[in-house]
Write a protein that binds this ligand. Structure first.
Ligand code: 5RP
Length: 231
């Protein structure tokens, strides 16, 4: 198995990612999230698979698919395994009520599907992601055809939309599902469930990055410890 040091990784992310990997037992069907923190979880599960751990996994992106294949983890699909024992994923911001914003890696649509397929949804993050209130931009996966309609809609509900541009390609970021990403700033989000419900009603929005279904959060600290928060 190749050892990978994920871009954007850190000792705090590693502590959280490894601690959550400890939740995985023989026979489980596991949802594997996307990002530099879950990359540590995937690498650790690969190490344990080499030692005999027997699991099957569903990925949330091409990134987690490539990491899981490198790690030697057996993959399945939601069509074959619609009920997962657990999903482990990263976050861009977490509030004290464990509402989470995701989608910094443009993978939040599949991440949301996987999280809702799981009996237990666990977030792994470093402590910089924890905040009294959510004020991070909210990523929207949007049908390219509907981008102007969606921009108009989010302005009407108080958001400031920005089309996410690629850094090593001209033009917009294209998600794993072939869609655009629009990042929307709302300032401080006083009521995440209300904004989530509004965004879910917008035509052309495939999925938004507010998650209100988190069971546990593993927060990695500078001193190597991990704090576990439960909803
Ligand atoms: C991808 C995500 C990631 O989980 C989120 O951006 C956190 O990434 P990282 O663990 O690299 O900080 O939502 O769409």
């Amino acid at each position: 198995m190749k050892e990978r040091n994920p871009t954007g990784g850190s000792p705090e992310k590693k502590a959280a990612g490894l601690a959550a990997a400890g939740l995985i037992k023989d026979g489980m069907v596991v949802g594997l999230g996307t990002g530099s923190t879950t990359a540590y979880t995937i690498a650790e599960l690969g190490r344990r698979v080499d030692e005999g751990l027997d699991i099957t996994a569903v990925v949330t992106s091409y990134q987690s698919e490539m990491l899981a294949i490198d790690a030697g983890i057996t993959l399945t699909s939601l069509a074959e395994h619609p009920e997962l024992d657990i999903a482990i994923d990263g976050a861009d911001q977490i509030d004290t009520a464990l509402n989470v914003i995701k989608g910094g890696g443009a993978a939040h649509t599949r991440e949301k599907v996987v999280s809702f397929s799981a009996e237990r949804f666990v977030i792994v993050a470093d402590e910089s992601k924890y905040s009294a209130q959510l004020d991070h931009y909210v990523p929207l996966e949007v049908l390219p055809y509907a981008r102007e309609l969606v921009s108009k809609f989010v302005r009407k509900i108080g958001g400031d939309p920005v089309l996410r541009l690629a850094s090593r390609k001209d033009g917009p970021v294209i998600s794993d599902n072939g869609n655009f990403i629009i990042d929307v700033s709302f300032g401080v989000i006083e009521d995440p469930a209300a904004i989530s419900a509004l965004l879910s009603r917008g035509a052309g929005i495939v999925e938004h990055g507010i998650f209100t279904n988190v069971d546990e959060v593993y927060i990695g600290k500078m001193d190597g410890s991990v704090e576990i928060l439960r909803s």
